[in-house]
Design a protein around this ligand. Sequence first.
Ligand SMILES: Cc1cc2nc3c(=O)[nH]c(=O)nc-3n(C[C@H](O)[C@H](O)[C@H](O)COP(=O)(O)OP(=O)(O)OC[C@H]3O[C@@H](n4cnc5c(N)ncnc54)[C@H](O)[C@@H]3O)c2cc1C
Length: 358
Amino acid sequence: MAIKHTPVKLAIVGGGAAGMFAACMAAEKRIPALLIERKARLGSKVLMTANGRCNFTKDISPEQFLSDIQYPCSSSSAEALSRFLAPSIRSFPPRKIISFFRSLNVPVRRMADGRMFPADGRAATIVHAFGDLLRNSETPIITNCPVTGIQAQKNGFIVATKNFTVWAENVLLATGGVSYPKLGSVGDGQKFARLLGHKLVPYRAGLIGLETLEPKVTRRAGHRFEDARARVFSSDDKLLYEYRGEVDFEAFGLSGAAIYNSQRFIEHAGLKDYTIEVWVEKERLRFSNLKSRPVKEAIVTIGGVALEEIDQQTMQSKKVSGLYFAGEVMDIDGPTGGYNLTMAFATAAKAVASIHRS
Ligand SMILES: Cc1cc2nc3c(=O)[nH]c(=O)nc-3n(C[C@H](O)[C@H](O)[C@H](O)COP(=O)(O)OP(=O)(O)OC[C@H]3O[C@@H](n4cnc5c(N)ncnc54)[C@H](O)[C@@H]3O)c2cc1C
């Protein structure tokens, strides 16, 4: 007996930042979509962002945004990333993200540097706003349901779970990176993409602490320095990167925004031999070649589905027609400050707009 599959126009795999946003955009455009999430609730990682406060974007121009994500790495990977994201960020810039949340009656708060938060300082407000829109639009959502396989067919896909299959004309992979796997992102989307013929860029930790056993740090574990500075120098002592911001002393070493952004710079620039200088209060500490904490603890995953096999104008696979990508499942990452959620939202909006036109 032939198996009957429920048909949908769009199956969105992953109900995190990109998947929820994509489902909202699909509802707005009246695209029949189904959202399938592995965990029992939507947006588990979003709830954790910015210590539960959710820095959901940065109120800057698209050009500033694109320059910030590459500055000052100037590595081919950072430049390619900025080029790849340009169409998405220009068509769905931070200001549209802010308007989107305002239209959902989320009061927002702008910090002096442009970082945007829900005014009540609760990430749950953002997740509830998504939930309300999806409930009001009667978007079908299945939670607690990992997608286990995606099979390309003529003019569509069979999306399999343990208990049922769905036939989808288009599939949007929004399954995230591989950091914080307990929150649901375990690399499934990358595995599906690989089985469908895509190349993967190896995973590395992005925006993560650096390890040191220096007693001046470990003895003061738990101390937070808000007005601190981190600088990265080459092996011949040339200043390569500087970031003013928070530095935290931990039992394992160093963390905080200034360290995270320096670590991202070191990773993108491929530096093996460097010195990092940390200024806290009046003290200056210098370290060489520190090890990053593991990717599972990172704020973002560097690596994932290779960008050269995705059309930046549509987010559609160049290899498999009808297969789309959004968010961290791709090899995209940005600095701290709302850039990563912005990328998840903007690439999701781009993918759905393309599906709408198709
Ligand atoms: C502690 C922390 C703080 C952060 N703070 C910020 C911040 O303040 N601002 C900012 O811009 N960024 C922040 N980030 C980064 C940001 O959260 C991510 O970049 C963003 O969530 C990526 O969105 P995504 O939709 O691609 O992935 P996710 O939000 O991780 O969503 C992926 C979803 O897919 C689901 N999934 C995975 N596999 C399957 C499957 N097989 N079937 C069905 N569903 C599946 C997962 O369960 C998950 O819900 C933070 C990250 C962390 C870890």
